[in-house]
Design a protein around this ligand. Structure first.
Ligand code: C2E
Ligand code: MG
Ligand code: MG
Ligand code: MG
Length: 288
């Protein structure tokens, strides 16, 4: 059987695939060096509280400034880093840097950090998180960890006690990219997330399309019913924000508020005037 597979493999192993593999190996080598050479940087995107009309936190998003290629997207290098095990080192760096940065912000501003499934299975996540918080003298209540459902899917029995340990220390857990996976709904009942982040793919049509609007409304109500905070990702227009405000959505994130920006811009973002919205009809405000 193995032999047959091998032969089939050979037959389809084209020049194009060979080139792709080599490009991947080169990227992997560069990624290893990047950890040493400090080529990573964190950018911060505001989380905007729709009831209070103010920034209530920031999500840390990693950036890789490659010496030759320039900026490489995390969508490209995080999956690779996961495959080759580098995501544990990178993740530790992200936790430390994000906590240190957040320690310089006002007390009521939270920091959200993305955590990969690999960090659950092949590292002591509570230890790494604890060290990052202690090193920065940051209160655990200011830290939110964003996980996708793949964390629970790939090693549910291992991941659950870890998540509980983190929660016991006062750290909040958010389910990221809600709605994009296979079993988001069943995971909601098996783990008490503090927050769900509705994936940006659900926002695109909410203003123009009745069905998309209805689905968004239903997910917000679902989060409310489960006592979870709801964040909608990928909000790009005033109209989308106004609709979400009418639906009493707790929090939004997206280019309309601000794209992710370097640490140096955080103070400026915190001084931004509130994004109040004239397109919100007065009756809608009364309904809330
Ligand atoms: P995510 O955690 O779902 O982060 C949100 C992504 O949406 C970010 O992409 C952000 O720049 C983008 N975004 C924000 N607002 C808008 C908008 O209004 N419109 C659109 N079209 N996009 C918007 P980014 O920074 O490229 O990151 C992509 C993904 O890479 C993240 O998705 C996350 O899964 C992963 N990632 C980023 N940083 C880290 C990290 O430090 N550790 C780990 N493990 N993963 C990370
Ligand atoms: Mg995220
Ligand atoms: Mg997301
Ligand atoms: Mg994502």
């Amino acid at each position: 059987h193995a032999k047959a597979d091998g032969r089939r493999h050979e037959r389809f192993f084209t020049v194009e695939m060979d080139e792709k593999m080599q490009a991947r190996h080169a990227l992997e080598a560069d990624l290893r060096a990047a950890v040493q050479n400090e080529e990573f940087e964190l950018h911060y995107q505001p989380l905007y509280d729709l009831a209070q009309h103010r920034i209530c936190g920031f999500e840390a998003l990693i950036r890789w400034n490659h010496p030759v290629r320039g900026r490489v997207s995390p969508m490209e290098f995080i999956p690779l880093a996961e495959e080759v095990g580098l995501v544990v080192d990178i993740g530790r760096w992200v936790l430390r840097q994000a906590c240190n940065d957040a320690a310089q912000w006002p007390e009521d501003i939270k920091i959200a950090v993305n955590v990969s499934a690999i960090q659950f299975s092949s590292s002591d996540l509570p230890k790494d998180v604890g060290e990052a918080l202690a090193g920065a003298e940051l209160s655990p209540s200011r830290l939110e960890l964003e996980i996708t459902e793949s964390v629970l899917m790939e090693n549910r029995d291992e991941a659950l006690p870890i998540l509980h340990a983190l929660k016991e220390r006062g750290i909040r857990i958010s389910m990221d990219d809600f709605g994009t996976g296979y079993s988001s709904l069943s995971y909601l009942s098996s783990f008490p997330f503090d927050k769900i982040k509705i994936d940006k793919s659900f926002v695109n049509d909410i203003v123009a399309n009745k069905e998309a609007h209805a689905i968004m409304r239903a997910i917000i109500l679902l989060g409310d019913a489960l006592g979870m905070r709801v964040t909608v990702e990928g909000v790009e227009t005033a109209e989308q924000m106004a609709l979400l405000e009418r639906e009493a959505c707790g929090e939004i994130q997206g280019y309309y508020i601000s794209p992710p920006k370097p640490f140096g811009d955080v103070a400026l973002m915190l001084c931004m005037p509130p994004k109040k919205n004239d397109s919100v009809a007065p009756f809608a405000k009364l309904r809330r």
